[in-house]
Ligand binder design. Structure first.
Ligand code: FES
Ligand SMILES: [Fe+2]
Length: 417
């Protein structure tokens, strides 16, 4: 018996995903297991979904000064995000144009911050300016017609939106503001470019990137995985989503009525709500809910009344990714004398609720690897984001841009009549 080639197997899967994504939500089912485990299919995703989209690599506060850099590996590309002498933030490939050495070898398990005046390749000591131009290359005077200006470190297309640095590896995407710009007004009060990372945690993840974003976006699992934590303050059945957008999902996670009332009373008394310093200028709704977002393909962020959570995801293979869970806070919070106490109170809570997600995500991937996994399980209406992710994926796998659906969400305040 011959085995199907990876390309053929991926083709069959793409056809199945396309058919599946065309079902209405009432008929929606989970993806087949191989969509999360097959390396051939993952290679197609890397090409059609990751390389053609905008991938978030940094927050501007991670490269605050001239020469600050962050080295990271993304979709097999060794990259460095760096602030140049002109204050511009660039993303350069770390592949030396001489003989392809990674100019910053070493443990790149997680992004590595640093400071540099120049970049120097450890192989033959060619040196580069912070903008990537070649500055020094010893003993090259006998190489005929060799011109230093022709040998810079490759510049990767990048863009900045709301304080986040994105790369587009194939150079084909429209400006990042055309993808996520509809969120600008909503996000304005958080003043994200001025925020600072107060808490950062690294996670080695034995699961597919879609297991992560599906778990991130659906709140159905509050009833199980977060039964004793999140579900007490924001039960999954109260969550609802905005109308379908081609480039992102925005879900609202309102507090329980009791907690809303309590929060409003605290604010009315002029007292501080527990947590970090409140973000000024929020609407009453924003003061009593979390705003959950995924910018496709995997830019995950969550607005809260006192902070912004951001998950930096680096996919490694079909079954593995790395994740950094970051908490960004306002300058007021960073300068507050109460900051150490706030960090001490908030850090364990963040770790605990993420551990609950790590447990289920790892368990899901283990299940998906089993030969007994059926996959294709029926979805609840509360899993509408899972189905929206399928619709996005199907469009990108077919080489199409996603479209804005001419319909309302299936449930919640903005649902179809
Ligand atoms: S490979 Fe970098 S200097 Fe030779
Ligand atoms: Fe969760």
């Amino acid at each position: 018996m011959t085995h199907p080639s990876p390309v053929t197997a991926a083709d069959g899967l793409i056809t199945e995903i396309t058919t599946q994504a065309a079902r209405p939500l009432e008929q929606a089912i989970a993806l087949p297991p191989s969509a999360y485990t097959d390396e051939g299919f993952h290679a197609v995703e890397r090409e059609r979904v990751f390389r053609s989209g905008w991938l978030c690599v940094a927050h501007v506060s991670e490269v605050p000064e001239v020469g600050s850099f962050l080295a990271l590996d993304l979709v097999d590309e060794p990259l460095v995000v760096v602030r140049g002498r002109d204050q511009a933030i660039r993303v350069l490939s770390r592949v030396c144009p001489h003989r392809s050495m990674d100019i910053m070898p070493g443990d790149s398990a997680f992004p590595r911050p640093g400071e540099a005046r120049l970049f120097s390749c450890p192989y033959h000591a060619w040196t580069y300016e912070l903008d990537g131009s070649l500055r020094g290359c010893p003993h090259m005077e006998q190489a005929a017609d060799f011109n230093r200006a022709d040998w810079p470190m490759p510049l990767v297309r990048s863009d900045i939106w709301n304080g986040f640095v994105f790369v587009n590896l194939d150079g084909s995407a429209a400006p990042v503001s055309q993808h996520y710009g509809d969120l600008d007004d909503l996000l304005a009060p958080w003043r994200i470019p001025e925020m600072q990372i107060a808490i950062s945690m690294d996670w080695e993840c034995d699961f597919n990137w879609k297991v992560m974003i599906e778990n991130w976006m659906e709140s159905y699992h509050h009833i199980g995985a977060h039964r004793d934590t999140l579900n007490r303050i924001m039960p999954g059945q109260n969550t609802w989503i905005e109308p379908e957008h081609p480039y992102y999902i925005h879900a609202h996670l309102p507090y329980t009525d009791d907690l809303k009332e309590q929060t409003r009373a605290t604010i009315a008394r002029g007292e501080r709500v527990p947590g970090f310093m409140a973000i000024p200028g929020l609407s009453e709704e924003q003061q009593t809910e979390w705003g959950l977002h995924v910018g496709y393909p995997f830019f995950m962020f969550l607005t809260m009344p006192d902070r912004l959570l951001w998950y930096r995801l680096l996919p490694l293979s079909a079954g593995k990714c790395r994740l950094q869970t970051m908490t960004l806070v306002s300058r007021d919070t960073m300068q507050s004398p109460d900051l150490p106490a706030m960090l001490e109170a908030e850090t364990p809570l963040l770790r605990d609720f993420h551990l609950e997600d790590m447990m289920v995500n790892t368990g899901v991937q283990k299940g998906l690897m089993s030969r007994l996994a059926r996959g294709r399980g029926r979805l609840s209406h509360l899993e509408e984001p899972v189905w929206l992710i399928q619709r996005y994926l199907a469009a990108r796998l077919a080489g199409r841009l996603p479209e804005k659906a001419a319909r309302r969400p299936y449930y919640g305040p903005k649902a179809a009549e």
